[in-house]
Design a protein around this ligand. Sequence first.
Ligand SMILES: C[S@@+](CC[C@H](N)C(=O)[O-])C[C@H]1O[C@@H](n2cnc3c(N)ncnc32)[C@H](O)[C@@H]1O
Length: 205
Amino acid sequence: MEFTEMLTRPSIPARLEELRRRAKEGRDPSAADETLQLLLTVARLCRPKRILEIGTAEGLTSVALLCECGQARLTTVELDEERYRRALENFAAFGVTERVHAILGDGGDVLSSLEEKFDLIFLDGPKVQYIKYLPDCKRLLNAGGVLFADDVLLYGWVTGKVPVPPKRRMLAEHIREYLKAVCEDPDFITSVLEIGEGVALSVKK
Ligand SMILES: C[S@@+](CC[C@H](N)C(=O)[O-])C[C@H]1O[C@@H](n2cnc3c(N)ncnc32)[C@H](O)[C@@H]1O
């Protein structure tokens, strides 16, 4: 293993690593290694009892979080039925089904209908919707809870480091709006990190 690989390699079961390797070859890949490593580090620090994830895909980050947080329960939302079904299979294969509330549906609809509070929210669904999701994420987060939003820098498009392809301008604009809103919100302390495709880590005061 190369030294840099060792630095970013998440400590997860080998079977899960193999599933992640395969998923990365797909269209909607699982989180980057360094992003997952940070997510698990945050989870270890904040010891969440309840976790909410928007964007389950095949359930690989869900499983990693549940392995890291042995006492946690996780609610996760996925729009695509095939991925949702594969996630259910993975939850069963890793023996975590009883700690998961997997929902097949739209992240925005589910967020607005939820009432229970969470200690950690992993936002990894449609990036263009993050700004719409923010008020519900804030409402659903306990004080001291963490909102972890992935892919907020997207290939340098969001900061302008890399020119945004015309088709992606709206996406980059919506993510900028999200970052502005969450960074300026006095109820959050936010750090934006150049990890993976960019992470906004916001702690609710
Ligand atoms: C980047 S993938 C999630 C990856 C997963 N969290 C992981 O790291 O293994 C994003 C997922 O969000 C789902 N998605 C897209 N739009 C959605 C929506 N409106 N509501 C819920 N999920 C959505 C996609 O189908 C896709 O599976």
